[in-house]
Design a protein. Structure first.
Length: 158
């Protein structure tokens, strides 16, 4: 099981790197907090080892998007995002600048009305690493089985 654990750790590290790369490719890095928060943990039970992805809670919204007609997001986080991105709102009728709060409210209403397209960054990362996962698990299984077989032949009869 030592080789399997090592293989799953390598897979978890590769998965984190691929998810962060996917977030950057999808231009979903404003502050970098989400990308920095992505990590993995090994979840071990008696009969299996699996990799769990941990990140800030809004990774789910970035990954699977937001449906049309949903409750608008809070304007406070939109104001922060606008400041980081350097976005200033303008009134479409007059062309004058709006306050950050007015622009954030309009953006939140637009998100509620139109939704946000999903990035599927997790699904894409899993698909990209499918062959690596198969290779790591196959190699680990062979190594662990070889060690188990060698252990059987080392037992001496009294």
């Amino acid at each position: 099981m030592a080789a399997l654990r090592k293989a799953m750790e390598q897979y978890g590290e590769a998965l984190v790197i691929e998810i962060v790369k996917g977030l950057k490719d999808a231009d979903k890095v404003a502050t970098g907090k989400l990308a920095k928060s992505v990590s993995y943990e090994l979840i071990e039970t008696l009969d299996k080892i699996s990799v769990g992805i941990k990140a800030l809670d809004y990774l789910d919204n970035v990954d699977s998007g937001r449906r049309k007609g949903a409750k608008p997001p809070p304007t406070g986080v939109i104001v922060k995002w606008m400041k980081i991105r350097g976005i200033k709102g303008r009134n479409p009728k007059t062309g004058r600048f709006q306050t950050q709060e007015q622009a954030a409210f309009a953006i939140a209403r637009g998100i509620s009305k139109n939704g946000i397209k999903p990035t599927f960054v997790i699904k894409k990362s899993l698909r990209k690493l499918k062959s690596l996962q198969a290779k790591l698990l196959t190699d680990a299984a062979v190594e662990d089985m070889t060690k188990m077989i060698q252990g059987v032949f080392l037992i001496k009869n009294p």
